[in-house]
Design a protein around this ligand. Structure first.
Ligand SMILES: O=C(O)CCC(=O)CC(=O)O
Length: 259
């Protein structure tokens, strides 16, 4: 079976691949603040998770294992032997899965505003049920309130509106199935299998994946370090674009190579 993931590709064809995974309820556009700078150095491939953006929406429930295997199949289809990988929240969860199940495919890893275990599971199942019954508008205000700090939201209403629109354009079925993937996920026992040097980035004011979750990941991955971004909630790459871009470029520049 060929990949069901939609890809957005930027940057020179011969450059090392940097794969970007987005968060629950967003798509490739989430990474717009970083892509121009990253694509000067890397072949930047953004993928939409199953059930998100322009990817396929197979019937759920999903698991992180399913999302990760779909991504691995995509790399096989592209004939890409290894990648650098950066993922935010759900994108980071899939990144941890990839780096533990196919460590030879991940050269360097960046995990942003994410968690290896994001309970309680009942809350995610309730969220899935609400979205299936009432659609994404029913939860959009509460979700977007966790994405940006109040100060940023007041200063940049157009950015908030654009990301809210991205959320409500997501398939309800796909979003709900990914909630069930998060409900069932516990990546903690596997994290000592990550061999990639790893940068963990947390938003200091992230209520969705608080800084303690980043500490837990750093404590379990053998070669990991933490950077906390001030004045940033869950979508730290949108709220502090230059700082996050600089952190990513520094991390992925530390080891350059050819595919
Ligand atoms: O953003 C994600 O990928 C998962 C966490 C989340 O959905 C944030 C939230 O709304 O609580």
């Amino acid at each position: 079976m060929t990949s069901r993931l939609h890809l957005t590709v930027d940057g020179p064809a011969a450059a090392p691949v940097l794969l970007l995974g987005s968060s629950l309820g967003t798509a490739a556009a989430m990474w717009e603040p970083q892509v121009p700078a990253l694509a000067e150095q890397f072949r930047v491939i953004r993928y939409d998770h199953l059930g998100h953006g322009r990817s396929a929406v197979p019937s759920g429930p999903y698991t992180v294992d399913l999302l990760g295997r779909e991504l691995l199949r995509t790399l096989d289809d592209l004939d890409v032997a290894w990648v650098h990988y950066a993922g935010l929240s759900l994108g980071g969860m899939v990144g941890m899965w990839l780096a533990t199940h196919a460590p030879e495919r991940v050269r360097r890893l960046a995990l942003l505003c994410t968690s290896a275990s994001l309970g309680p599971p009942e809350q995610w199942r309730e969220r899935a049920a609400t979205v299936r019954a009432d659609g994404l508008p029913a939860i959009a205000d509460a979700v977007v309130a966790r994405w940006f700090t109040p100060a940023f939201a007041a200063a940049h209403p157009e950015v908030v509106a654009a990301h809210r629109a991205m959320l409500t354009a997501t398939s309800s079925a796909g979003y709900a199935a990914c909630c069930e993937a998060i409900a069932a996920m516990d990546l903690r026992p596997d994290l000592d299998r990550v061999t990639a040097p790893t940068l963990v980035i947390a938003g200091a004011d992230d209520p969705a994946t608080p800084v303690e979750h980043a500490h837990e990941i750093v404590g379990r991955i053998p070669w990991a370090r933490l950077a906390v971004v001030d004045a940033a909630a869950h979508l730290a790459n949108v709220e502090q674009p230059e700082q996050v871009c600089r952190l990513l470029l520094e991390h992925f520049h530390e080891e350059r190579g050819d595919r």
